[in-house]
Design a protein around this ligand. Sequence first.
Ligand SMILES: NC(=O)c1ccc[n+]([C@@H]2O[C@H](COP(=O)([O-])OP(=O)(O)OC[C@H]3O[C@@H](n4cnc5c(N)ncnc54)[C@H](OP(=O)(O)O)[C@@H]3O)[C@@H](O)[C@H]2O)c1
Length: 242
Amino acid sequence: MKVTIVGGHGNVSLRLARLLSPKNTVTSIIRNIEQGDDIKSTGSTPFVLSLEDSPASDFAVAFQNQDVVYFSAGSGGKGGPERTKKVDYEGAIKVFDAIEKVDGKKKPRLILVSAIDVRDPEKIPSHYNEADITRANQARSVLATYMKMKYEADKNLVQRTAFKWTILRPGTLSDEPGTGKASIGRTHLTPSISRDDVAKALALLLDREDAAGLAIDMVGGEVSIEEGLDAFIKKGETDFLG
Ligand SMILES: NC(=O)c1ccc[n+]([C@@H]2O[C@H](COP(=O)([O-])OP(=O)(O)OC[C@H]3O[C@@H](n4cnc5c(N)ncnc54)[C@H](OP(=O)(O)O)[C@@H]3O)[C@@H](O)[C@H]2O)c1
């Protein structure tokens, strides 16, 4: 397939490009050409655009003829709340708009990396225990803008019908080696999940057009990622609760 990764030099994206490039044609969107050699070493092709500075029309050109677009960009908390808004919310909306602007009937499918527990703060999921609620409140007090911007982006996406989309919502990311296992679906908010394993789930979703319309929670766990994703998709119950 033809695949474009927005946020191409990110820690998850580099892993994803390595997994996909042997069998697919991968392009990685970066904002700094100095990262080009790192991208090439994953087997992907760099393409320079900035979520903050380039117009949606330039992204639409980049997405032409692509089967799948991944969005795994984020401000990483650098540049304060203003930049979080610009990258995690406005950048995401720019990408959604750009997919809609792609010429012709066939729009690329979008696989978006969001985060676990992104929701209306008033709506506490019924499967949360006390530890989850404490953790959710802590995260909202430390990462208030981040959680809000991810929520606003996801809320916008779930209303779109012009293209197919899937949202992956990992828990806290770690750089531990992947285990190939996770807990997928209505989980608790811990333990953390390795970036290797998130990349693996994203790579598996490439072939899962039947995951369209679903938001998928993922934290560390003991079930094979392939089986966990398959069971989740067959059940067809989204984890985005509004
Ligand atoms: N950290 C966590 O525990 C956690 C938990 C759940 C979900 N997530 C989400 O998971 C995703 C991937 O995480 P990660 O660790 O791979 O993130 P990361 O390493 O911080 O990568 C984010 C990428 O976004 C790029 N980016 C930032 N501003 C941009 C702009 N204006 N235009 C184009 N690209 C831009 C960055 O480019 P530069 O290299 O140029 O800065 C960077 O390569 C993010 O969306 C994050 O919010 C993270």
